[in-house]
Structure formats: C-alpha cells, structure tokens
Design a protein around this ligand. Structure first.
Ligand SMILES: O=C(O)CCC(=O)C(=O)O
Length: 244
C-alpha cells in the first residue's frame, strides 16, 4: 500500500484499487457466472473465484488494514439490472458505537497503524460509470462524530447530497471500503448489468457473521486459503502468510 493510498483510506474510508484483474481474468469469471446458477457464495463457484480470497494484488492491503492474522468473514455477489434498488446508506446510526448492533463497524488509527473491524474488497466484473449507481458512500464518515445526523431522505437516496460519492470503476478494479464508512447501494441506472463480488474480511479474532466457513464444502484450497477461511480465534493463531 502506498503512502498516498493510506492517506486516502484514512481521509475517505474507501479506495478504488485499479487493474487488480486482467481482462482475461474478468472474462473467465464472467463466463462462469453466465453459465452458472449465481446462488450462494462466490467462493464456491470454482477455482477462479477461490483465487480472489488471497489475490496477490489485494493481500498487502488486507494485511495493512486488518493485521497479519485476518480472516474472510463472508462473501456474496450483487447483480443489478437497470432500475433496480437495494439498500439505503447505512452505518453511523447503527454501527461502530459501543452497544450498537454492528459493533465491528469500527475504524482506528494509532502509532502509524490502521485497523478496521470489517472491510470489503469488491471485485467489479462490469464497468461502473459516474452516475451508474451501485456502491455509494459518504467519504470521511468513518471518522464522523455526527453520523447519526445524516438525514433519512439522503440515506434513502431520495435527496441527492454533494457529500455522497458514487465512485466510478472499471471491470477488473477492486473497490475497497471499511464498513465503518456510511455506505449503501444507489439504484442502478446503467443499461448493462452491475456485477460485483463482495469479499468481506475481519481481523483474525473477530466475526460479523455467525456462520463460519465449512472447509469440507470447498474443493482444493491452499494452506493459506484455509488459514483465511478459519473461524475467529486469538491464541496461537498463525499469520496468514507463512514461509512454505
Ligand atoms: O456495494 C454495494 O452496493 C454496497 C454493499 C453494502 O451496502 C454493504 O456491504 O453493506
């Protein structure tokens, strides 16, 4: 992760990581989606999707933002066609606060180290243009002291507000965001389908999902991927990356 990227993550709470996947990789994933049943976890859709669990271009970000013992918490896909709506802006009113139901939606910086309770790496398998909709957030709100004051009509995308961003990205890019930033899904306006794969990671000791991965449901996993899919723990938990 470059210093500029750290600056941006700390400033805005999200980042577009360019060109993570090649055009061939995007095509391969899209072909499987076109031929498959699209249900369940993308990590169970075959080896090209399992590869994304610890994609070498994303791995350094996971370690930098979650620590060396991070884990995959859950994963799912979002497909949207023109005119479709999904979740409003959330976080802030419910998340990150002591006693809040989404207690892992936190972001911290201390002594040069960034840490998060839950982060998302969204693999874009179709272009997202400005104004297309899809992922949207309030940049900087992961550090807001007044997040609960975000008006309901802005949360529901009924009233546009200049402080809501909908980042553009190309197929093959990854949109990173911390769950601590206020975020949601803008109605999809583009004629082509939105195709996003959301891989959500936690520090090794914590979980958002109560359902842990059952490794017996997977085909061949590498030892590193098995460490990433293991349930949360602290004592003697190995670092994800081992010299093997
Ligand atoms: O990518 C999106 O549409 C946002 C997903 C979302 O709201 C979430 O991860 O909680």
């Amino acid at each position: 992760m470059t210093n500029e990227e750290k600056f941006l993550v700390d400033l805005e709470g999200y980042l577009v990581i360019k060109d993570v996947l090649t055009a061939d990789e995007v095509d391969e994933l899209n072909t499987i989606i076109d031929q498959g049943d699209r249900s369940g976890h993308p990590t169970q859709w075959g080896e090209p999707f399992r590869r994304l669990i610890d994609h070498p271009k994303v791995l350094p970000y996971l370690i930098e933002l979650l620590g060396p013992k991070f884990r995959l918490d859950h994963d799912y896909a979002i497909f949207m066609s023109q005119g479709e709506s999904r979740g409003r802006l959330h976080g802030g009113e419910d998340g990150g606060r002591p006693g809040g139901p989404e207690g892992d939606h936190w972001y911290k910086y201390r002594d040069g180290v960034i840490r998060n309770g839950l982060i998302v790496m969204t693999y874009c398998l179709a272009d997202v243009g400005e104004g297309d909709g899809g992922f949207a957030c309030v940049p900087g709100s992961h550090k807001s002291n007044f997040a609960t004051y975000l008006p309901a009509d802005v949360r529901g995308f009924e009233r546009p507000a200049h402080y809501v961003a909908q980042p553009a990205a190309k197929a093959g890019d990854v949109i990173f965001f911390t769950e601590a930033v206020i975020h949601g899904t803008m109605p999809w306006r583009a004629a082509h389908e939105r195709r996003s794969l959301l891989y959500k990671y936690s520090p090794g000791h914590s979980a958002w999902s109560g359902r842990f991965y059952d490794l017996s449901e997977y085909g061949e996993l590498t030892a590193q991927q098995e460490r990433i899919l293991s349930p949360p723990s602290i004592g003697n938990r190995p670092d994800v990356v081992q010299e093997e």
